[in-house]
Design a protein around this ligand. Structure first.
Ligand SMILES: Nc1ncnc2c1ncn2[C@@H]1O[C@H](COP(=O)(O)OP(=O)(O)OP(=O)(O)O)[C@@H](O)[C@H]1O
Ligand SMILES: [Mg+2]
Length: 403
């Protein structure tokens, strides 16, 4: 086991595809860190450079105290699990699992102990005598994981190892990886584009965009204090709502106004997170609020008048435990590069819809309301904004206003 570090690492493919830019990241010994970001942001490239499968254009990568830039993959002693795994088709599961240990000349007894232990953890005991062709996709994936994890290398590198699995198996395997990590404590770099996977699995999460590291932090920190619009929009599902607002400093406090004369008072916690708000009287900014911090005001006893907004309900999705309400607020929507990129990641129609709303100054909001919400399609609802929930971002840079 060892720490892994990136020091100003850059990767250029061919003449001009910059896949990773100036990446500096220190992963302490034994940590499970998740690299997350949209397709093409450079996650796989970062991982392959650690494994030695890509040449590093500039900078240094260390495993332990060794600079590994010039070291061939087999001398780096890292174990990899990729989405497209390959098993030996003519060997049984037992032989597939034991193969990496045989190469290392362990005793038969030790090998048997370890194979049975990993098979137990991954629920593959009954499959041990079978060949890969006789297994389901999920079982094959578990064998591939098991084969990587059976050794105790310096680090595990995992590139979307669960993406071939169905939703249920995926959740289960995710928990297993977490448990296995706790048990073995091997430094792990886990790549995914799924932010839920990132948040549940990572001790820390590194968010990347277009080859650049945006923020590295514990999941809760990313959620509460995103460094910028991109991270704020990427982490959390459904995504944070954004709209354009204007600051007004009044005798009784700081407010943000938007659309057709609506306004919200900024509370003490929000001001302490964004002290720069005082001094911004009359200036525009981007306001963000998460769906789980919006509630039908009818369900909040004594919802204060200074923390409400009005929205036209468009769609209600009843989920049993809550109702996800889509509504429209008369406010200018935020259309930045980061928002476009997230929309693009969703699909094409999300893009044209965004454009349409911009012309009409309508912002689509999502709220997670209690199931007893009396809100109805086509009617206006009063929505309460939770204390401390507003976040503010710079119009130009998209950086969160922070202390
Ligand atoms: N062998 C290659 N030659 C040229 N360009 C490449 C090569 N591999 C990757 N790229 C480019 O480098 C960038 C980063 O790719 P990478 O595979 O690291 O992204 P990723 O974050 O893993 O994406 P995904 O979530 O789709 O797997 C992309 O623009 C990609 O097109
Ligand atoms: Mg990839």
């Amino acid at each position: 086991m060892a720490r892994v570090s990136f020091d100003q690492v850059r990767k250029v493919y061919g003449d001009d595809t910059v896949a990773v830019q100036d990446l500096s990241l220190e992963i302490p010994d034994g940590e499970l860190i998740v690299l997350v970001g949209p397709s093409g942001c450079g996650k796989t490239t970062a991982l392959r450079m650690v494994a030695g499968l890509e040449v590093i254009t500039e900078g240094e990568i260390r495993i332990g105290d060794r600079v590994v830039n010039g070291l061939p993959p087999r001398d780096r002693d890292v174990a990899m699990v990729f989405q497209n795994y390959a098993l030996y088709p003519h060997k049984t599961v037992y032989e597939n699992l034991s193969f990496p240990l045989k190469l290392r000349k362990l005793s038969r007894r030790d090998i048997d102990d370890r194979v049975r232990r990993i098979a137990r953890v991954l629920e593959l005991e009954e499959q041990l005598p079978r060949k890969p062709g006789q297994l389901s996709g999920g079982q094959r994936q578990r064998v591939a994981m098991g084969r990587a994890m059976i050794r105790e290398p310096y680090a595990y590198l995992m590139d979307e190892p669960l993406s071939n699995l169905d939703a249920k198996l995926r959740t289960q395997m995710r928990a297993e990886i977490g448990l296995l990590h706790k048990e073995l404590g091997v430094t792990t770099i886990y790549v995914t584009h799924d932010q839920v996977e990132a948040m549940t699995l990572g001790e820390r999460v590194a968010v990347m965009r277009r080859g650049e590291l945006q923020q590295v932090a514990a999941p809760q920190e990313l959620y509460n204090r995103p460094a910028n619009l991109f991270v704020a929009g990427f982490i959390g599902s459904p995504a944070m709502n954004f709209f354009l607002g204007r600051v007004s400093e009044e005798a009784d406090g700081i407010w943000v106004s938007f659309g057709d004369g609506q306004r919200l008072e900024v509370d003490e916690h929000e001001r302490s997170l964004a002290p720069a708000l005082s001094g911004m009287d009359g200036k525009g900014l981007i306001v963000g609020v998460r769906p789980e911090h919006l509630q039908d005001a009818a369900l909040v006893s004594g919802a204060p008048a200074n923390r409400r907004l009005k929205g036209l309900v468009k769609l209600r999705e009843l989920l049993g435990s809550e109702v996800v309400v889509h509504f429209e607020v008369q406010a200018a929507p935020v259309v930045t590069d980061a928002v476009l990129e997230i929309a693009e990641d969703v699909d094409e129609s999300a893009l044209s819809e965004l454009d349409h709303r911009r012309q009409e100054r309508r912002t689509h909001f999502v709220g997670r309301f209690g199931v007893d919400s009396p809100s109805k399609d086509g009617e206006t609802a009063e929505i309460a904004v939770a204390a401390g929930a507003l976040r503010f971002f710079d119009l130009e840079s998209g950086a969160r206003l922070a202390a």
